[in-house]
Ligand binder design. Sequence first.
Ligand code: COA
Length: 640
Amino acid sequence: MWGICSRAMVKVGMAKPCGLVKPCHLVKPVAATRVSGRYLSHQKGLPSLPVPPLQQTCERYITALEPIVEVDELKQTKELVEEFQKPGGVGERLQTGLEKRAGKTENWLSDWWVQVAYLDYRLPVVVHSSPGLVLPRMNFSDKQGQIRFASKLIAGVLDFKTMIDNEAIPVEYLGGKPLCMNQYYEVLSSCRIPGLKRDSVVNHAKSSRPPKHITVVHNSQFFVLDVYNSDGSPLTADQLRIQLERICSSSPQPSVEPVGILTTQHRDSWAKAYMNLIKDKVNKESVSAIQRSIFTVCLDGVMPGGSEATYHSCAAVQMLHGGGSQGNSGNRWFDKTLQFIIGENGMCGANYEHAPAEGPPIVALIDHVVEYTRKPETPDLLKSSTVPLPIPQKLDFSITPQIKKDIEEAKQSMDVLAQDLDMRVMVFSHFGKNVPKAHKMSPDAFIQVALQLAYYRLYQRCCATYESASLRMFRRGRTDTIRSASNASAAFVQAFDDPSKQNTEKVVLLEKAVNAHRSYTNMAISGQAIDRHLLGLKMQAVDEKLPIPDVFKDPAYAKALHYRLSTSQVPSKTDCLMCFGPVVPDGYGVCYNPMNDHINFAVSSFNSCEETNGARLAQAMERALLDMRTLLDQTPKAKL
Ligand code: COA
């Protein structure tokens, strides 16, 4: 049974597992993350994630199933739910256990969630879990340009890190409520570690000697680059440029054994290979240097840019998986929480490992960095010319025949995955948030309803649809699910192409569908949605060593978690776009960034599935959005 996170496939225990940022130059830099004072008092003031009432979740669960399961399936589920929630039944016992857990923990859900959604998840993090992020094309097309941009980018990230270290990141708000800022403290200096049954994440920012280096990878060779001067100030862009030039000139040829490709493997295979890799002392030290680094910068070799029309799709592929073993997939360490990727042709972006954070803090960091790179350079001539810098240290690996074999296997698996992924980026340029807003509709809900219409037109059915909702109003909150396929959206999509329906009726149905989506969103962000509560009840049964209740073994539950549409809105100030893979073999991954006058979409699917086709869904999305606008424009309010 499959569920998701902010979209990684989630094993939930059955057969299959299922602000504005103010400038900080005047703030005294500190090289370490010190989580204290302001941050802690803000965090303490946040409410705890509530446990929704059992009966409420049971009722809402049945309603959510209505548009996606058959009538007889629903009948059986109703009986199971009735049994589950009856007075003195197992549901009540689990609910009481969950409420006790909520009373004893900072957040009753988050640790379970990270475990189930990420650390227990065994498919490769590449494509299946880690999102890519595509930045606007930058204005350079050669190695010098690449190095110059990379040095500014690193300086920009260090500038942001100074704000993190000084707890100077302004608190963010959603719907007027302050948000949990914890994720900002989790994304730098951290790394995922493969484990034989379960992975883990280590965060070195919290250690007594936080790291002062980043790792740079060029031609699949890793380098340690110290990014702080001895006085604790971050290296300037000029200093960084000198260091990056040294790195590039000392690694002119691609490595014969791209060790980084091992991190693209299935987690079980990678865990075994990892144990073997770090048996060697030198390898262990090299791996540890990567894991401890603040972040990784991937200076990529030639990237296929395609034509102007396909540029964004090619860029999304590079950011998501690197294009395969002959491309840049070995020029990565996919376990690293944050990797910035810079090509020679102006193609830039990032890839992030999802366990520590959702997209919004990553995008806030990126927005800051992009703004920083656009500022005119102010060379610190004194520092660049007089302060001697240590030569960046190349990380050595000793390659045994077994490691060589593991690398070969990883290359093959990565190539199969790269071949299988279809990634389409569509820049919908006809309108953005402006049009739904003018019609007094939530833009996010409008886009989600359009997606329902697009899917229905292709498949003549509704499917379980996941949209990530932020739970950051609560301390250490992560996400819950907005179930975008609702009774109201089903009624609208069924009526839209029905010639017997009047436009006035269609508009009423559209408004109902949009309002239903917005209500679900409000319910989800206030901790009253159903999915994480159901997961919690199930995890509670596991915790109490009770049999898994029948309601979780029901085919309808499996159907509810088989998200053929896995979606997420990741807004940004910069005109960028996040992308990710589908979470089921016969599904789509749809990420979108609604700007004021256009919307960026990344639509993914697997080539191995005959039923899905990213280009067709993207086209259907475009048509649905345009048709919905036409409907609203052609149906004056007065006639309603
Ligand atoms: N009339 C006019 N304007 C409206 C409106 C209406 N009826 N409803 C909403 N708007 C406006 C809002 O005020 C907002 O204005 P802004 O552009 O000035 O900020 C804008 O439209 C967008 O609102 P909406 O489209 O409703 O979405 P949202 O910003 O509330 O976001 C979610 C909805 C679900 C995306 C958000 O709650 C969330 O949870 N985000 C996090 C998702 C996440 O974690 N993703 C990453 C996963 S890796």
